[in-house]
Design a protein around this ligand. Structure first.
Ligand code: AMP
Length: 474
């Protein structure tokens, strides 16, 4: 990776661009994607590539390895799905038993489902087979589904290794590996699983590596798996944050439940996503709201697949206006029309704040983000403000001493979700959320993209020659 690009994040871009997004690329036509793919895109109502697509698709089509720094909501799924579908459209090959041609690794079942849906949508005019291998559902059906081979296998790392250990999948025909949300996979403790899987893959493959952030650990992983990658980064930073009306309210822990109740009654809320730090915290908030006559549902790692599906359907349909979630459970949930994000607890990782509030500014919409800040969270708030480079009205951080940082702990009796355990548990037990059929339009050509994407950055012009290279969900 270009050293200048190291550490670039969606909130803290570095000047790593060799050149900015090609302004001529205002339609998909110049990309030269196969006709069945462009036809599907037209049917989806996509008139122009998003910045990450405009930057990532050309090097991916040229067969290069790729690092794409982009968060959910930027169109990153199509950024890797479209070149892959182009490859499959151009070189039909007989399926080999138990073998995928394309392997997509995703951290959560929700994201896995969304990826499968995207391949189904953009690949609807191609005869490709796609399978999903996620935990939490019986393995037998997945073993049978893989028996004849597949074009695209989308999997969570734990279940994929289980399938490999059962000799239900082999990797010798993998032409393309996609790692989606690599930073989140590392957060969830999948590093060893990923390294094992990568070690089992053919060396001569294309690798497409997507991550919202590029912390040193993520970069190290990329360095170990990629060969001479092109790096592209979208920069939604300031504009995303600027589109959102961010407020903070200083309130001590004991007063947060009443404050939330008041906000939910007072604010003109379509859909509110309330974030707590722990699963128990989420349940407690839902119970407190019920006592105040407000219907809300919790979504977190202890919920069964059926419960999660039911809750998400109710939230999407508008039967339930308030969803209380933990960061990890909320990851991959793709719901447009969230009018309010409320941080009941502040995240202890500043970047999670940007992920959270980004839920309310999807598809170009504006949104409101309200953070309830207790004294022991002031240090978190300062970190957040440093990251987004602005002060949030009402945050109360002025004059706060950084020494307070050391005193910040989860509340008594609360245990923070432990990433590794939770990651594995999620991949084995939790349910899945289907992406709604309706797809987000990024707006008319020439307009600012959803999430206020300022544009994509593309490093290192492609110079390698082309290389030779789809899950039925559960
Ligand atoms: P993703 O970042 O992959 O989760 O995509 C976010 C949303 O953008 C999804 O609802 C996609 O269907 C939608 N989308 C992706 N690419 C485009 C495009 N070129 N034009 C309009 N919408 C898009």
């Amino acid at each position: 990776m270009d050293p200048q690009c190291a550490g670039a994040t969606m909130t803290a871009p570095r000047s790593c661009a060799v050149f900015e997004r090609n302004p001529d690329l205002m339609s998909f036509a110049p990309l030269g994607l196969a006709e069945p793919v462009t036809r599907a895109l037209a049917e989806e109502g996509y008139s122009e590539p998003t910045p990450i697509q405009a930057a990532a698709i050309p090097p991916a089509l040229a067969g290069r390895d790729l690092i794409g720094i982009a968060q959910t909501g930027t169109g990153k799924t199509a950024a890797f799905a479209l070149p892959i579908l182009h490859r499959l459209a151009g070189a039909a090959k007989p399926l080999q038993p138990k073998s995928p041609r394309i392997l997509v690794l995703a951290p959560t079942r929700e994201l896995g489902n969304q990826i499968v849906d995207s391949f189904a949508a953009y690949g609807r005019h191609l005869r490709i087979s796609t399978r999903l291998a996620i935990g939490g559902v019986p393995i037998g059906k997945q073993i049978r589904a893989l028996a004849r081979g597949v074009d695209v296998l989308v999997a969570t790392p734990g279940r994929l290794l289980d399938l490999h250990n059962s000799r239900a999948v082999r990797f010798d025909n993998v032409e393309v590996l996609v790692l989606d949300e690599a930073d989140r996979m590392l957060d969830m403790g999948f590093i060893h699983d990923i390294r094992r899987i990568v070690g089992l893959l053919p060396k001569d493959r294309q690798t497409l590596f997507f991550s919202a952030t590029m912390a040193p650990q993520t970069e190290k992983l990329a360095g170990a798996m990629l060969t001479d990658p092109a790096t592209v980064a979208v920069t939604p930073q300031a504009t995303t944050v600027e589109k959102i009306d961010q407020r903070a309210i200083r309130v001590e822990k004991a007063g947060k439940q009443d404050m939330l109740t008041m906000l939910l009654k007072r604010e003109p809320i379509d859909r509110a996503l309330v974030f707590t730090r722990t699963k128990h915290g989420a349940d407690r908030v839902v119970r407190g709201l019920a006592k105040a006559g407000i219907t809300a549902e919790a979504i977190h790692g202890n919920k069964s697949q059926g419960q999660r599906n039911r809750v998400m359907a109710a939230f999407r349909s508008g039967d339930v206006h308030t969803l209380v979630a933990t960061d990890i459970a909320a990851r991959g949930i793709d719901v447009d029309g969230v009018s309010h994000v409320i941080n009941y607890d502040l995240p202890n990782i500043a970047e999670s704040y940007v992920h959270r509030i980004g839920r309310t500014a999807r598809a170009g919409a504006a949104g409101i983000a309200i953070s309830l800040v207790s004294s022991d969270e002031l240090a978190y708030m300062r970190d957040i403000e440093k990251l987004i480079r602005r002060q949030i009205a009402g945050s109360g951080t002025e004059g706060h001493s950084p020494a307070a940082r050391s005193g910040v702990r989860p509340a008594r009796g609360e245990k923070q979700e432990e990433p590794q355990r939770q990651g594995r548990r999620r991949s084995r037990k939790q349910g899945s959320e289907r992406k709604p059929q309706q797809r987000t339009a990024y707006g008319a050509p020439g307009r600012q993209h959803a999430n206020g994407l300022a544009g994509a950055r593309f490093l290192e012009p492609a110079h390698r020659g082309p290389r030779q290279p789809s899950p039925v969900s559960e």
